[in-house]
Design a protein around this ligand. Structure first.
Ligand code: 57M
Length: 360
């Protein structure tokens, strides 16, 4: 909203020209989201705490989780609020990709909200069935994929860009549609699975969205894209303000979600943040890099897949408990140690993903 205003004001005072720059607005977006989280955080958490009957701690969770029964969930509301407000304030709202991401983000957030409410207030306190949750995710991701297939963000819209190789592009044709669906749903559920220890999901979300703020900016800048030999996506740059808002909101949320957590994000946070991260990768044509930048979510998801396959085929578990963080809990690692070590792995993977920009 302010972008249009400042663009108008710059005809009056050239000082306002600074707001033309995406980099400057991205920094403001980070700070705005952070400020909103800090200012509204205590109030939102207080309201959630009085409104909620307490978390249902699953019987198979490691014992330490019983202590978390009083921690309110749905703190993702704060994250959504901070990201929406900052993006609406600092992005150029005439850019259609900003709306594609905002609407998808809201859609997955809405699904998470329903699931959280059913877990808290539903008769069985079970949330949506896996089937309904997956069908709704599929439907939303399919709508986005079809839109991007028919109205691509660049002339290489249906191509997959491969890291480590110069100008390596694979034309996916119509297969681009299920591919986009897989990226969005996979990331959304990967973040959800990871969200099982204090700060475990929000830290890597912050690291990955910082990487994507940079990747998106570079992809949307004709000269940088040409220099780095990456696909130029004219409409992508503006999404750096959204990615910046994700960074600020995550950092602000971490203040309250760090061990020992005062609030959990709930599915409203994990499903929406995951879907948004996946979509940022799709729009900026860095889907393959997401496997590295969001590598921790991939590892956690793989651990569940391996565990299920191994149990079904051989009747044996590979991990003491999946997802992976539960395995280390069962091994007796203290919670903060698991969290910080997983963050370190996530930071390393983000750095490796960024290094591929030059290693080509
Ligand atoms: C996410 N939710 C947390 C909180 C958070 C198909 C199957 C693989 C699904 C999977 C699953 O249910 N995943 C859902 C787990 C819960 O946190 C809430 O949920 C939100 C995120 N969705 O924001 O509101 C609990 O996690 C703890 N927590 C923290 N700090 C945080 O900041 O401590 C969360 C956030 C909270 C709190 O205790 O109450 C949860 O764990 O319930 N299911 C599984 O992953 C199950 N795995 C399993 O059964 N493994 C089997 C096979 C199937 C692979 C095996 O290993 O043999 C695990 N699910 C859970 N616990 N819940 C098993 C252990």
């Amino acid at each position: 909203m302010l972008y249009k205003l400042f663009m108008h004001l710059r005809t009056v005072d050239p000082g306002f020209d600074v707001f033309r720059y995406i980099t400057f607005r991205t920094v403001l977006s980070v700070l705005t989201a952070l400020g909103i989280s800090f200012i509204l955080g205590p109030w939102v958490i207080g309201r959630l705490k009085t409104a909620q009957p307490g978390n249902y701690v699953r019987e198979y969770l490691p014992e330490g989780h019983v202590l978390k029964a009083d921690v309110p969930t749905m703190g993702g509301l704060l994250i959504l609020l901070a990201i929406f407000f900052s993006t609406l304030l600092w992005a150029d709202l005439s850019n259609r990709m900003v709306w594609v991401v905002l609407i998808t983000f809201a859609g997955f957030g809405g699904l998470g909200l329903v699931d959280d409410m059913m877990k808290l207030y539903g008769k069985k306190r079970k949330g949506l069935s896996i089937r309904s949750k997956f069908s709704l995710q599929l439907l939303m991701a399919l709508i986005v994929a079809l839109y991007l297939y028919f109205y691509p963000s660049s002339k290489w819209g249906h191509h997959l860009q491969l890291p480590f190789f110069k100008e390596a592009l694979v034309n996916l044709g119509w297969f681009y549609i299920p591919f986009v669906v897989l990226v969005i749903i996979g990331t959304s559920n990967g973040v959800n699975l990871t969200d099982g220890l204090d700060g475990l999901a929000i830290g890597p979300i912050m690291f990955a969205s910082s990487a994507f703020a940079l990747l998106i900016y570079l992809s949307g800048h004709a000269r940088f894209a040409e220099y780095l030999q990456i696909v130029f996506v004219p409409e992508a740059g503006e999404l750096a303000t959204f990615a910046g808002a994700m960074v600020g909101a995550s950092l602000g949320f971490l203040w309250f979600n760090t061990y020992p957590a005062q609030v959990f994000m709930g599915d409203i946070g994990s499903l929406s943040l995951g879907a948004a991260l996946g979509l940022l990768a799709v729009v900026s044509k860095h889907e393959a890099l997401l496997v590295l930048a969001g590598g921790l979510f991939v590892l956690e998801t793989l651990s569940v897949i391996i565990q299920i396959i191994s149990f079904r085929l051989f009747g044996k578990r590979v991990f003491l408990m999946a997802p992976l963080h539960h395995h280390f809990e069962k091994k007796g690692w203290p919670e903060p140690q698991i969290i910080v070590r997983f963050w370190i792995i996530s930071i390393i993977l983000v750095l490796v993903s960024l290094s591929t920009l030059k290693v080509r």
